[in-house]
Design a binder for this molecule. Sequence first.
Ligand SMILES: [Cu+2]
Length: 108
Amino acid sequence: MKTYLPVLLVLAASPVRAESSLPVTDHAHHQAARAETATTTGVIRKINTAQGTLTIAHEAVPALGWPAMVMPFRASAGQMAAVRVGERVRFEFTHQGMATLVRIDPAD
Ligand SMILES: [Cu+2]
């Protein structure tokens, strides 16, 4: 027991030291973290090049607790040019703030 105790103390102390080295006065470390993404399928309903959005009737996203719905996703000019209204697509998106497409491909 005596030989294990110092090891346990070091292990218990390590997370505390790591945590205290993070900046706690701002949220810079949150912005630096990799954005979480989710993937689902849907049908393109509208391509709005002026607003930079694709409106997609998407299926449920269980990972986010989202039901099926119609909503806009921020999209690049290249992404908007690569799809047609009525096309079934599979797409990956970030969902912090406005949902933004990471990638979009034909679903079939
Ligand atoms: Cu939605």
